[in-house]
Design a protein around this ligand. Structure first.
Ligand SMILES: [Mg+2]
Length: 220
């Protein structure tokens, strides 16, 4: 199997890095009752426009946000474990991330800094991630879930990383930790297992039904 892993919100704590940059350079953008980033549409978390926010993380301070963002707690160790498991089981781990062209170097150096040796790194806008030749994609984006489902015609293969900002998504395959990927794939592709399969891939026979999409995940 080929398993795609997203970076922001799966490996890298982008919300935390963004918040710290906003606090440092534009504290006036932070609402007085701010607790954490809870909305997928980032500007809804702050007192500024989408463009003003993008100026911070895409341009002015992309090195700080993308290059020096902290990993999500436990994610690096779990990723090492996935690499080892993939090697043993014959699965390939690739990185699928949406980054602006001029700032891609920050993500590449971030991956290198943490010793994450993916077979391949795909830079794809979220809406086109479904086109990347992977059997599974681990991603936190509610919008990408929608595009995957629409693009592939099925939800199967999209493993949603559970985050506060994607709770409205009625995913049939939601995980809280990267380590859960092993169990999902092993169960789905081990012919000795007779239990119900989890998070089937497109090529598998499926009788899954999908919940109607909520409008909130169309943006972002
Ligand atoms: Mg992400």
């Amino acid at each position: 199997m080929v398993i795609g892993i997203d970076v922001d919100g799966v490996l890298r704590d982008f919300p935390d890095a963004l918040f710290k940059a906003v606090r440092k350079y534009h504290p006036e953008y932070i609402p007085s009752d701010f607790t954490e980033i809870t909305e997928w549409d980032l500007e809804n978390n702050f007192n500024c426009s989408r463009e003003e926010l993008r100026q911070i993380y895409w341009y002015d301070h992309s090195d700080e946000v993308m290059g020096n963002g902290n990993p999500i707690y436990g994610a690096i160790e779990q990723m090492y474990d996935l690499f080892e498991w993939g090697e043993k089981e014959g699965h390939s781990l690739v990185c699928v991330t949406s980054q602006r062209k001029h700032a891609r170097e920050h993500t590449l150096s971030w991956l290198g800094k943490y010793g994450l040796s993916f077979d391949t790194v795909y830079f794809r806008r979220g809406r086109y991630k479904w086109e990347v030749p992977v059997d599974y994609l681990v991603d936190d984006s509610p919008a990408n879930w929608y595009f995957w489902k629409k693009g592939r015609g099925v939800e199967e293969g999209y493993i949603l990383m559970d985050r506060i900002y994607n709770q409205k998504i009625k995913s049939t395959c939601r995980i809280k930790e990267l380590s859960e990927v092993k169990g999902i794939i092993t169960r789905n592709h081990n012919t000795d297992v007779t239990d119900k399969q989890l998070c089937l891939t497109k090529s598998d026979k499926s009788d899954f039904e999908f919940s109607p999409l909520t409008s909130s995940c169309l943006s972002g």
